[in-house]
Design a protein around this ligand. Structure first.
Ligand SMILES: Cc1cc2nc3c(=O)[nH]c(=O)nc-3n(C[C@H](O)[C@H](O)[C@H](O)COP(=O)(O)OP(=O)(O)OC[C@H]3O[C@@H](n4cnc5c(N)ncnc54)[C@H](O)[C@@H]3O)c2cc1C
Ligand code: SF4
Length: 434
C-alpha cells in the first residue's frame, strides 16, 4: 500500500525529470550542431567585442542564450558558449542577463587580434585635430556611436580654424557621423560629411532586411531625446533620412575619402571626387572597411557594385559575381533563382574555403541544375560595356555577355590608413572591456 502511494507521488516527478533531461539533451545537441557548423564554415572568431564565459561560474541557466538577439550563444555540455561567434555584435545583453556574473566582454581573441586606435577622452587621437568617434574607436552600438559623434564635435569647439575652408570634415554617415553632422550644425561649424555608400546609415544600411535593432534612447543634437528601443532596420534608416532632410545636413554620398595629408593649419582631405581643406577631421568610419576593388579597366562603370541589394533587379540579365565567401555565394545563388538570369561566379582560388555548409550545398544544387556557372581559379581582366573578359583556370581569356557585375571581395580595413596618418593603433588579444 505504502509502495503504491509512493509510486503515485513519484510518477509525476519522474515524468517531469524525464522531460527536463530530454529538453536539456535537445538543447545540448542543438548547441553542438551549431558549433560544428560554425567550425566547418571557419566562422569561430568574433569580429569585435564579444563575451568570454567563465565555465567555473556558468551553471547553464540559458539566460544569456535567451537574451542574445543575434542568436550567437548556445548551451554546450551544460555551459553557455559563443557558438556563432561571427554573429556577435558585442552589445552585452548576455552580460546583463547572466545571473552569476560568469560573463565578461573582451576585445579580440588570442588568434584574431582587434585593432583599437588611441583616442583620448575628448575623442582626439594622438594626432592633433584628428578625432575618432563610434565603432572605429572600439565601442560599437548605435546609441554609443551617436553620443560619441556629438561629443567629438563638442570637444573641437575650442580649436581655432586658421583660414581653412572647413572647420571639420566628417567621414562616414553612420550613427556617429550623422550625430556629429547635427552637432556641427548646432554649433554653426562649417562642415561637410563624406560617405562612400549611396545611402546613409553605415552598418545599419547593411543589416539584413527587416532586422530588428536593439537600441536605447539617445540624446541627439538639435533633435533632442529620441526614444528608441527595438526598431527595424527600415524604420531606423527612415528615421535618419528624415533627420537628413529636415535639418538639411550636407552629406556627399558615393564619395570615398582616399588620403589625408597635414598642412600648416590643418589637413587636406582628398576624396574620390574632390579635395577639402579643413582644420579638424572626424573619422566616423566604423570597422567594416571599404569594399575591396579588383582594379581592372572598366570597374568604374555604374553596372559594377560591391553588394547585392535586391536580386529581383537582375532578372533576365547576364550577371557576373566575383568572390568566394558567403556573401558572393549568397548573391550568385539568389540571382540565379530569378527568371531568365545567366549567372557566372568567378573566384580566384581553387576551392571555396570558409563558407557555410548550407551555401556550399545550395551552390552545388544551382550548378547541377545549370542555373549558374562556377569558374574557379579565374580572374576578371576587363569589364566592358556589354561584356566581361575573364581569364580561366587554363589561362584562356574568354569574353562573356554581361549587364551587371557584383564584386564581393571583402573589405579593406581602416588600420593601415590610420597608421599611415600617424594614429597609434594597438592590437588587443582578449583585453577585458567590461
Ligand atoms: C549585423 C549587425 C547587427 C547590429 N545590431 C545592432 C543592434 O541591434 N543594436 C546596436 O546598438 N548596434 C547594432 N550593431 C552595431 C551598430 O550598427 C554599429 O555599432 C554602429 O552602426 C556604428 O556606427 P558608426 O557610425 O561608428 O559606424 P558605421 O555604422 O560602420 O558607419 C561608418 C560609415 O563610414 C563610411 N565609410 C567608411 N570608410 C569610408 C571612407 N573611406 N570614405 C567615406 N565613407 C566611409 C561607411 O560606408 C559607413 O557608412 C549591429 C552591427 C551589425 C554589423
Ligand atoms: S554581446 Fe550581444 S550579440 Fe554578443 S553574445 Fe552577448 S548578447 Fe549576443
Amino acid at each position: 500500500m505504502q509502495n503504491i502511494s509512493l509510486l503515485i507521488y513519484l510518477t509525476p516527478l519522474l515524468i517531469i525529470l524525464a522531460i527536463y533531461v530530454r529538453h536539456k539533451k535537445r538543447i545540448n545537441r542543438r548547441g553542438k550542431a551549431r558549433l560544428r557548423e560554425a567550425k566547418e564554415a571557419g566562422l569561430t572568431e568574433p569580429a569585435s567585442i564579444h563575451p568570454v564565459i567563465n565555465p567555473g561560474r556558468c551553471f547553464g541557466s540559458g539566460a544569456c542564450v535567451k537574451a542574445c538577439p543575434e542568436k550567437a550563444l548556445s548551451i554546450v555540455n551544460g555551459k553557455a558558449m559563443l557558438t556563432d561567434a561571427s554573429h556577435c555584435i558585442g552589445h552585452g545583453a548576455c552580460l546583463t542577463a547572466c545571473p552569476t556574473d560568469a560573463i565578461e566582454l573582451v576585445f579580440g581573441t588570442e588568434k584574431r587580434g582587434m585593432d583599437i586606435p588611441f583616442v583620448n577622452p575628448s575623442f582626439e587621437t594622438n594626432v592633433n585635430n584628428i578625432y575618432i568617434a563610434g565603432e572605429l574607436g572600439g565601442m560599437g552600438l548605435i546609441r554609443k556611436a551617436a553620443e560619441q559623434g556629438k561629443q567629438a564635435i563638442e570637444s573641437m569647439l575650442q580649436k581655432k580654424n586658421e583660414g581653412n575652408e572647413y572647420d571639420v570634415v566628417i567621414i562616414g554617415a553612420g550613427p556617429a557621423g550623422l550625430s556629429a553632422s547635427l552637432a556641427a550644425k548646432e554649433h554653426q561649424l562649417n562642415s561637410i560629411t563624406i560617405e562612400q555608400e549611396e545611402s546613409l546609415g553605415g552598418a545599419i544600411y547593411k543589416y539584413p532586411r527587416n532586422k530588428v535593432a536593439m537600441t536605447q534612447p539617445v540624446e541627439l543634437p538639435i533633435v533632442g531625446r529620441v526614444e528608441m528601443y527595438d526598431i527595424s532596420k527600415e524604420e531606423l534608416l527612415g528615421f535618419w533620412q528624415r533627420i537628413l532632410r529636415d535639418h538639411k545636413l550636407k552629406v556627399n554620398f558615393n564619395e570615398r575619402m582616399e588620403t589625408v595629408t597635414k598642412t600648416a593649419t590643418g589637413y587636406t582631405v582628398k576624396t574620390s571626387k574632390a579635395t577639402y581643406q579643413t582644420a579638424n577631421l572626424l573619422l566616423a568610419i566604423g570597422r567594416l572597411g571599404t569594399p575591396r576593388k579588383l582594379d581592372v579597366t572598366g570597374e568604374d562603370q555604374a553596372k559594377v557594385v560591391y553588394r547585392l541589394t535586391d536580386p529581383e533587379q537582375y532578372c533576365q540579365k547576364h550577371v557576373l559575381v566575383v568572390g568566394g565567401g558567403d556573401s558572393a555565394l549568397e548573391a550568385a545563388i539568389s540571382i540565379s533563382e530569378q527568371p531568365g538570369t545567366t549567372v557566372t561566379l568567378s573566384y580566384r582560388s581553387e576551392a571555396f574555403g570558409r563558407v557555410k555548409p548550407k551555401n556550399r550545398e545550395r551552390l552545388q544544387h544551382a550548378e547541377a541544375s545549370k542555373r549558374l556557372t562556377v569558374q574557379l581559379k579565374s580572374s576578371v581582366k576587363e569589364i566592358r560595356l556589354d561584356t566581361v573578359k575573364i581569364e580561366l583556370a587554363d589561362k584562356k581569356v574568354v569574353e562573356i555577355l554581361n549587364e551587371a557585375v557584383i564584386i564581393c571581395a571583402g573589405g579593406v580595413l581602416p588600420t593601415p590608413f590610420l597608421k599611415e596618418i600617424g594614429v597609434m593603433v594597438e592590437t588587443h588579444h582578449g583585453k577585458r572591456v567590461i
